[in-house]
Design a binder for this molecule. Structure first.
Ligand code: 13P
Ligand code: SF4
Length: 319
């Protein structure tokens, strides 16, 4: 513990010396979440991270999360230094959507408005009309549907299907998935729910349809957190990365929180409710990147400029 405290103090001093602000996602290590909040940074969902980084006066952003979050920050603030503790921290959705294949898919369906999830590379965003995150995807697709648009959606098939079913929009879906949320199991969740009939089930919409069908609340990480703080003595079963439980416990210490089941019959799962790429963001990696001035995100032109439009459209919509 003394060594951890010393490392935390070192990270704090380095952030202060560089005038840098830490922008962390709810899924990263509790130490990093706490450090972000203690130093004037933020712990947030992907939409709030993008907005915070854009609006903060600091000229250096340290993004603790996965690559697309650092890229979004850089696309929005090209003149700021954007650093990540671990540049190799990617996302299965981003990996499942290679830019060339995606461009061919778009070329084959020129009549469709291209809507991409935030969890994609800058090159994929450069081809999109709209970017969305899980907290605003429903509203944006409703808006497009009202305009009579047909949609090409990528890359999360579960989120796409959820939005399609909820809005009734005409959506053609790319077939990617998040390896963390894809592991949640409907049958096992139903059994857990039966054991705890008072529990409210909170589900991130990257989860499979059998899991979403059992939800009392479907929403982004911030929206799931709000469901807990709205009912701070409640009992909840949470189907998202278990990194979020740290903030839930801090803000609602009396709430009873259970992780949703990830695999049946004792079988092991690939990710067990914690993203392996988010987990690459440790305190040591943060100190190293600040000390050595490594981990800088670059998004070369013209891709940056082309990707900016779809992000700004989303931010204007939610403003
Ligand atoms: P949100 O934080 O926008 O809910 O996204 C979840 C996610 O998968 C981040 O990797
Ligand atoms: Fe990607 Fe899933 Fe990890 Fe989020 S939790 S970064 S969607 S793999």
């Amino acid at each position: 513990p003394a060594a951890r405290a010393a490392l935390g103090a070192r990270a704090k001093a380095l952030l202060a010396a560089r005038g840098a602000v830490l922008v962390a996602h709810y899924y990263v290590e509790p130490e990093l979440q706490d450090l972000a909040l203690a130093t004037g940074g933020i712990v947030a969902d992907s939409l709030e991270m993008a907005r915070f980084g854009r609006d903060h006066a600091a000229q250096e952003l340290v993004v603790a999360g996965v690559r697309f979050m650092g890229e979004s920050a850089k696309i929005l603030s090209p003149h700021k230094t954007v650093r990540m503790p671990e540049l190799e921290a990617t996302c299965s959705l981003d990996l499942a959507c290679p830019p060339d294949d995606f461009a061919a898919f778009c070329d084959a369906h020129p009549d469709r408005t291209v809507v991409v999830y935030a969890n994609t590379s800058a090159a994929v965003k450069a081809r999109a009309d709209w970017m969305v995150t899980s907290s605003c995807a429903l509203g944006i697709v409703e808006h497009l549907k009202a305009q009579g648009r047909k949609i090409l959606w990528a890359p999360d098939r579960h989120l796409g299907r959820y939005i399609q079913q909820t809005t009734g929009a005409d959506m053609l879906l790319w077939q990617g998935e998040c390896i963390v949320h894809d592991e949640f199991k409907g049958l096992e969740l139903e059994l857990l729910k039966a054991e705890h009939p008072q529990a409210r089930v909170l589900v991130h919409p990257e989860s499979p349809s059998a899991v979403v069908a059992l939800a009392d609340v479907v929403g982004s990480t911030s929206q799931l957190l709000k469901a807990v703080t709205d009912e701070p003595t409640g009992t909840f079963i949470v189907a998202t990365d278990n990194g979020l439980l740290h903030r839930m416990r801090q803000l609602a210490p009396q709430a009873v929180l259970m992780e949703a089941p990830t695999a049946g019959n004792g079988a092991t799962c690939k990710s067990c409710a914690h993203c392996p790429w988010m987990a690459m963001n440790g305190l040591q990696a943060l100190v190293d990147c600040l000390e050595r001035q490594t981990g800088e995100i670059q998004v070369p032109e013209p891709v940056r400029g082309q990707a900016l439009g779809c992000i700004e459209r989303m931010l204007a919509f939610v403003a």
